[in-house]
Write a protein that binds this ligand. Sequence first.
Ligand code: HEM
Length: 216
Amino acid sequence: MFNQVYDWMDERLQLKATVRNILEHPVPDHVNFLHCFGGITFTLIVVQALTGMFLALYYVPAPEQAFASVEYISREVAFGKAIRGMHRVGASLAVIMVVVHMVRVYFTGAYKKPREMNWLIGVTLLFVLLGFGFTGYLLPWDQKAYWATAVGTNMAGSVPVIGDFLLKVLRGGTELGSLTLTRFYAVHIWFLPAGLTGLLALHFYMVRKQGIAGPL
Ligand code: HEM
């Protein structure tokens, strides 16, 4: 049955050649467990996307309801506590794994010519991941979240020349309030995922095009 469906689709889309090309791509001999960390980071990102989609079913990005909605997820929603826990722990693990991945790339010299551009795409990916952490931290709208964001946005505000502008863009005004929460939420679920998807596509395209860097 599966084979028939596969053949039917292959006749129309020439899937088999593409799938074979992806799955049968030879892995160089020197590749070992140190090369797993990029893939582990990617797996964690997929888990973050899935758990985030479920959290978004109940979360309300408004100051009066945000904290209550998060409590509701943890206390009432079936598997809510587990999903929220996975999303919180996964966020930290993804940052840890991406740093380990970066350290591997650095110490094996895999950033050198011709992979400098992929290193730069990687640095942007790192900032995007940190952006997820910064915007996500505010969403529960509890005291810790509120004051962490107050400090974080004040730091942006102390940047010379453009500080005032940055602070207003981040907060949606001079005060930290409902506009800050909706904008952090929009950035967390739309802007950053869009950027991440594009950058990852480029990152993986370049890994495939250039191949994994050779042995030391
Ligand atoms: C969202 C975060 C990231 C994901 C999911 C990711 C994923 C991957 C994967 C799956 C590979 C293939 C080989 C491997 O895993 O080692 C790779 C290679 C590479 N990554 Fe990343 N990466 C990320 C962030 C970064 C960062 C932060 C840097 C550096 C600043 C970076 C630089 C590179 C380079 C230069 C390669 C080519 C390495 C080689 O040819 O051996 N990546 N990445």
